[in-house]
Design a protein around this ligand. Structure first.
Ligand SMILES: Nc1nc2c(c(=O)[nH]1)N[C@H]1C(S)=C(S)[C@@H](COP(=O)(O)O)O[C@H]1N2
Ligand SMILES: [Mo]
Length: 393
């Protein structure tokens, strides 16, 4: 695309906030410190994790930037930013979470392949843009369609960034057409993040946001939208971001036996404490986040201060002053909840968090039981050791 270009090196990366913890410099992958994540319900753009597979694309001329919509449709079209901004604008508060969140802890059990992440490879943003369902209507695909006349059943999003995994080709992913054309799925072509123009790291000028689904499907720097018969055959759909049982290793893996991961499972993490924190005895506030995929709210967050023998319930909140109700229309269904509880700690112990979603799905206790060779979806109980010192603290 003339308006959007992809550099082959890292000479023109955007500036980034110094507090981010860098897990890989090129491509740039970084997350905020745990404590930064719970400062606000909506994550500031600067602190939002950045997950890239190549150098950040550049816009040479926004006037010339367009997205082509093609494939198994009657009327292929080029859409310019003006065309997209002309559609009704929606804002959706949604948590984006990388499937690799908490991978480092999974790797400690048995080594996995992939960028190491602590618990902050996620963030909650207010995304602004057009609904994909409205955009597809412009090319003749009605709302709630699950197939086009010419047999299109999937919507593929293609970027321009040069990814090693694609042998220098662009990042791409797809979602089912039925989800893309469903207005209540709220899939966006977003041009704003937290009320500001999307920045380069997060997909300027236009990105997809698929709420409730692993971050890998929310393609940044959108170049084309392809309506296709079968799901996208790209690397990140077919040979990555798939879940396997612990018995599958690099010698016996058959990628075709597993579906590309879409919804993420229920997750939570304590953010007010680092691993092996030294604290004073007495009252301690434990806080963090909990989130589930598929628009399922968080029904409960359980906290244990004795390594999981007994539990107490943390309070959950989204917006200040409004009580959170997991299935209420006024709650943000695609967004995380923050939780907090004050506990009394008198000696060194393990503090644990586990969340329960609206469907009563609960996080598994042991990472061993969900270990997988790519190290995705570590949703095991989040545990933090605290060392209590009674003097000289
Ligand atoms: N074009 C493109 N889109 C992409 C990626 C990428 O590398 N290139 N990374 C994906 C992954 S794995 C995640 S988790 C999210 C991260 O989005 P963020 O950097 O805005 O937090 O973007 C997704 N979209
Ligand atoms: Mo990701």
């Amino acid at each position: 695309m003339p308006g959007l270009t992809a550099p082959s090196d890292y000479a023109r990366e955007p500036p980034r906030h110094p507090c981010l913890r860098i897990n890989s410099k090129e491509p740039f992958n970084a997350e905020p410190p745990r404590s930064g994540l719970i400062l606000s319900y909506v994550t500031p753009v600067d602190l939002f994790y950045k997950r890239n597979h190549g150098p950040i694309p550049l816009v040479e001329d926004i006037e010339r930037y367009s997205v082509s919509i093609c494939g198994l449709i009657d009327t292929p079209r080029e859409l310019f930013m003006g065309d997209i901004r002309m559609l009704p604008k929606y804002t959706v508060t949604a948590t984006l979470q990388c499937a690799g969140n908490r991978r480092t802890a999974m790797s400690q059990v048995k080594k996995v392949k992939g960028v190491g992440w602590d618990v902050s490879a996620l963030g909650n943003a207010v995304w602004g843009g057009a609904k994909l369902a409205d955009v597809l209507e412009l090319v003749g695909i009605p709302k709630l369609a699950s197939t086009t006349k010419s047999g299109g059943k999937h919507v593929e999003f293609v970027s321009v960034d040069k990814c090693k995994e694609e042998n220098g080709g662009p990042y791409k992913a797809s979602i089912p057409l039925s989800q893309a054309t469903n207005p209540t799925a709220e899939v966006l072509l977003a041009y704003e993040m937290n009320g500001e123009v999307l920045n380069r790291d997060h997909g300027y000028p236009l990105r997809v946001v698929v709420p409730g689904v692993i971050g890998a499907r929310s393609v940044k720097w959108l170049d084309s939208i392809n309506v296709i018969a079968n799901e996208c055959q790209g690397f990140f759909m077919q040979r990555d971001y798939k879940m396997f049982p612990p018995s599958v290793n690099w010698d016996n893996i058959n990628w075709s036996t597993s579906r590309p991961q879409m919804d993420f499972p229920v997750q939570s993490a304590i953010c007010s404490l680092e691993d092996v924190n030294a604290i004073k005895p007495g009252k301690v506030k434990i806080s963090g986040y909990a989130v589930s995929g598929g628009g399922r709210g968080i029904e409960r967050v359980d906290i244990s201060i004795d390594g999981g023998k007994s539990w107490l319930q943390a309070s959950r909140y989204q917006k200040a002053g409004i009580p959170y109700v997991s299935d209420d229309l006024n709650s943000d269904k695609w967004a995380w909840v923050l939780f907090e509880v004050v506990v009394d700690i008198s000696s060194s112990t393990t503090i644990v968090a586990k969340a329960v979603d609206l469907a009563a799905n609960v996080q598994p206790e042991k990472v061993e039981d969900i270990w997988n060779l790519r190290g995705i979806l570590n949703t095991s109980w989040h545990q933090v050791q605290v060392r209590v010192g009674h003097s000289n603290m």
